[in-house]
Every structure is written in structure tokens, then in C-alpha cells.
Design a protein around this ligand. Structure first.
Ligand code: GLN
Length: 496
């Protein structure tokens, strides 16, 4: 098998064939390291870890030879550079952490290494995960591998987990971790034609993940198939006493339950998700998705989530408020960037002023304002109340349906540089992902087609709290019906 063919394998296939000793973990890892080196132009990785990867692969090969393989033995994984990795630089794509080497490992990545996975490197993202296009990174933008040939500077991969999504789409890694606060797993998955799952809030430990908005942040898997996401989630999820919001609920064998079908399930289409100005192609794809599920025996009904229009304004109070509090710790005193001033106050000001980029500073200002004494009730408290209404809408809907089907994003991947001088236009990207985030619900983006320019489009499935099983089952049904196998043209060309 050629090295390029090795990069085409899904996680599930690679796992099976590693166990059958058709190739070694070392060969599999080397094939991906080569692909990463060939595609540095995508800027998907901030830090590559080839030596560590080969050391981990050697251990996997020993275990595979001894018949002692762990669940993800020898599987190479890319990790969003928001997860702390022990002795491997972790930057959050910020200048303020450009030199930060954590002395500890996040719980999610620790679980992955304990399951035998191999770290390929740390992927690029929007600074502190704030963004929808991976254009706010201190390390520069990521290029979507689906960029139409010849177009400069290219399309965005979505954000904030843009490096992870681009890496998986370009076959630089079979799977990656992402984090999702308002859509950062689902929206880049949609823009890059891969599958991305945001689990129920509390499903994966937040410990060791650099905090953005703590009541919303959730880690999840990104991969090329629904099955691969399920396999990865089985290892990422689980109760962690180190995270006070980690839930003590059982990790289920999701990958074994994917093919239960959708017969008899009730699927809701929320009428409020029919937003103005949505491209007709997305509208059509949504109807097609509903038809596929109906054809497989589901009952599809229209539902209403009346507070949907308030989700974005609510999110853009709650998330900046929590961010302003979380980011107060970056003061140049104990780690990260420090820019000396004449006195302590000036040192703080210069460190934070030079360490944080524009978007992060904007959010800190908005959040600090919303939390200040005179405005707390008008903004933060109000947002908390609306958040409850939004969650109640879903609770009500789930008395009538088992899952909700929506588009994943209101557009396909746009051009790098577009929307950058208009933060509100940028924020509108999250219109379909933010409601499930505010309600803490599991939701997945599944690629289901290409638009007229050859760019991927995706649908989203939202489920009841802790019901990843149904979410993944419906996603699997969509995946099967859509039969989406396309690769980015430049990657397909390489394989030809
Ligand atoms: N795009 C949203 C934001 O900028 C969501 C980001 C995320 O989920 N981390 O906040």
C-alpha cells in the first residue's frame, strides 16, 4: 500500500488493518507526517511533533506485535492547539502564549494517549477559539483545502477549529480533536466537508483545555466519517473529577449502534431556521436531507423554536463576559508573554495590549462592559434569562421529536479576508450552531453535498441531552444517503 493510500484510510479501517499487521503504526504515522510536510502551505498546524509521533508509534508497534492493542492503538491524531499537552508547546494561537509549554496534559488528550493514539501535532485555530474563519490566529490564517484551484489567497476553513478541519479534509490526519463554544467544531467541519460532533455539555472534560467561555466550551471529535467520530468520542468522553461540570454519565459504545436506522424516529425541522438570504442550494439540501430520512422510515414534522432569533445576541453577551473573566489570568506574571513597563500597571497594559489580537481585545472589552456594575442586570442577567428560554424551546420540542435537522451553516466557505472588517457579519455564521451551544445539546455536522462552486455543504442534527446515540444514528443515515465521498480537488489530484 502506497503512503498516499495510507492517508486515505478512515480511522476504523486503519485500526482494523493495523491489527491485521498489514502495515505498521510507524508506516501509518510516517505517511501522515509526509503529507503534513507537503501541505505546510495550508498552515493547518502551529506545531508539528514528528519525533514524539515516531516514539509513540514505536510503542504502538510493540503492543500490536504483542497482541496487546488498546482501542486506538497506533492511530495518528491532530490536536487543536487549545488542549494543553505536556512538554509540547500550546499557544491557543495567541501571541500571549506563543512560548507556553504546559507542565500537564488535558484530560481529553491524556485519555487519547492512554488509548494508544499518536500525536501528529497541534493544529491552528482562531486566537483563543474566538472566530468563525480561522483568520484571527497569531500564526496566520488556515487555507481551506477545498479552495477552488487558482483562487488566491483562498477560502477559509471555518473556525475556530479550522486547522483540525483542514488537516482531516486534506488527509493530513484521519481524525482530530476540536472544541466548540458556539459552533467551532460543526461550522469548520461543514466548510471542509468532514464530520464534526459537539457532545452534550459535560460529556468531555474541560480540564486542561484553555478556557474561552466555560459554560459553553465542549471538546469533540472531527473525522471523515460518523463512525470515526463515534470511535474517537468513546475514548475522549467520561467523568473527570478535575472538572466540576463534568457529568458522571456512562460512556456508551456509540460506534456499535450507528446502524440502528431511523425508522420510527420523529425528526423536527425548526421553521425559525429558514433565515433571510440563505442560498437556495442550502435550502434545497435541507429539504433533500429531510426526504432522505423520510425515505428511511422517519417521520419528519415542522417544529418551532420561537426564541431562535435571540440566540446570537445572547451568545455574544454570555461568551465575551465569560471570556473577559477567563482571560484575566494572562498578566505576564507567571507564564506567557511579558512586556516590561515602567511600573506594574504599565507592565499589565503592555503585556495584554501586545499579547492579545484585535478580536480577543474586542471580546474582553464587550465582556467587561456587560459585567460591570451598572450594566450587569441589563446585559448579563438578561442574557442568562433568554438563554433559559432558548433551552426551554428545545425541551418543549423534544417532547414531540427525537432529533432536529437544520443546515449547519448559512453559507459555504467564504474568501479569506471577507467579513473581517465587519464583526457582526462574521458572528452571523454561527446562527445555526449557537442555539444548541446555549442549551448544552449534542449536535453534529455531516457533509451532504457540494455547491455550484464545488464547495462542501453540510446538515446539522441536534439531539436531547446525553442522546449522542440518536444524533449519531441520524447522522449515519444522512451520511449513507448523501454518499459524500468527494475529496478536495488538489488532494484528489495527488492520489490520481
Ligand atoms: N464563532 C464563534 C465565536 O467566535 C464560536 C467559536 C467557538 O465555538 N469557539 O465565538
Amino acid at each position: 500500500m502506497s503512503t498516499r493510500e495510507l492517508t486515505r484510510l478512515t480511522l476504523a479501517e486503519a485500526r482494523r488493518r493495523l491489527r491485521a499487521r498489514e502495515f505498521s503504526a510507524r508506516e501509518l504515522v510516517e505517511a501522515h507526517l509526509e503529507a503534513m510536510a507537503r501541505h505546510r502551505g495550508l498552515n493547518a498546524f502551529i506545531t508539528e511533533t514528528p519525533e514524539l509521533a515516531l516514539t509513540m508509534a514505536a510503542e504502538s508497534d510493540r503492543r500490536l506485535a504483542a497482541g496487546d492493542a488498546r482501542p486506538l492503538e497506533g492511530i495518528p491524531i491532530a490536536v487543536k492547539d487549545l488542549f494543553c499537552t505536556r512538554e509540547v508547546r500550546t499557544t491557543a494561537a495567541s501571541r500571549i502564549l506563543h512560548n507556553f509549554v504546559p507542565p500537564y496534559e488535558s484530560t481529553v488528550t491524556r485519555r487519547l494517549w492512554e488509548a494508544g493514539a499518536v500525536l501528529l501535532g497541534k493544529t491552528n485555530l482562531d486566537e483563543f477559539a474566538m472566530g468563525s474563519a480561522n483568520v484571527t490566529s497569531h500564526f496566520g490564517p488556515v487555507v481551506n483545502p477545498w479552495t477552488p484551484p487558482g483562487e488566491e489567497p483562498g477560502r477559509v476553513p471555518g473556525g475556530s477549529s479550522g486547522g483540525s478541519a483542514a488537516a482531516v479534509a486534506a488527509l493530513l490526519a484521519p481524525a482530530a480533536t476540536g472544541t466548540d463554544t458556539g459552533g467551532s467544531i460543526r461550522q469548520p467541519a461543514a466548510f471542509c466537508g468532514i464530520v464534526g460532533l459537539k457532545p452534550t455539555y459535560g460529556r468531555c472534560s474541560r480540564w486542561g483545555i484553555i478556557a474561552f467561555a466555560s459554560s459553553l466550551d465542549q471538546a469533540g471529535p472531527m473525522a471523515r466519517t460518523v463512525e470515526d467520530c463515534a470511535l474517537l468520542l468513546e475514548q475522549m468522553a467520561g467523568y473527570d473529577p478535575l472538572d466540576s461540570t463534568s457529568a458522571d454519565v456512562a460512556v456508551e459504545p456509540w460506534s456499535a449502534r450507528l446502524d440502528a436506522g431511523v425508522k420510527g424516529l420523529r425528526i423536527g425541522l425548526p421553521r425559525e431556521y429558514r433565515v433571510d438570504g440563505m442560498p437556495a442550494e442550502i435550502e434545497r439540501l435541507w429539504a433533500e436531507g429531510a426526504a432522505w430520512l423520510r425515505a428511511q422510515g422517519a417521520e419528519v414534522v415542522e417544529i418551532s423554536l420561537p426564541h431562535t432569533a435571540y440566540a446570537l445576541p445572547t451568545y455574544y453577551i454570555v461568551a465575551p463576559a465569560e471570556a473577559s473573566s477567563n482571560l484575566a489570568r494572562y498578566d505576564g506574571m507567571r507564564f506567557g508573554l511579558r512586556v516590561e513597563g515602567r511600573d506594574l500597571t504599565e507592565t499589565y497594559m503592555r503585556t495584554r495590549g501586545e499579547g492579545f489580537g484585535r478580536e480577543v481585545r474586542r471580546r474582553i472589552l464587550i465582556g467587561t462592559y456587560a459585567l460591570s456594575a451598572g450594566y450587569y442586570d441589563a446585559y448579563y442577567l438578561k442574557a442568562q434569562k433568554v438563554r433559559r428560554r432558548i433551552a426551554d424551546d428545545f425541551r418543549e420540542a423534544f417532547t414531540r421529536v427525537d432529533a432536529i435537522l437544520t443546515p449547519a451553516a448559512p453559507t459555504a466557505a467564504f474568501r479569506i479576508g471577507e467579513k473581517m472588517d465587519d464583526p457582526v457579519a462574521m458572528y452571523l455564521n454561527d446562527v445555526f450552531t449557537v442555539p444548541a451551544s446555549l442549551a448544552g445539546l449534542p449536535a453534529v455536522a455531516v457533509p451532504t453535498g457540494l455547491d455550484g462552486e464545488g464547495l462542501p455543504l453540510a446538515l446539522q442534527v441536534i439531539g436531547r441531552p446525553w442522546d449522542e446515540t440518536t444524533v449519531l444514528r441520524v447522522a449515519r443515515a444522512l451520511e449513507e444517503a448523501a454518499d459524500f465521498r468527494a475529496l478536495p480537488p488538489r488532494i484528489a489530484e495527488e492520489l490520481a
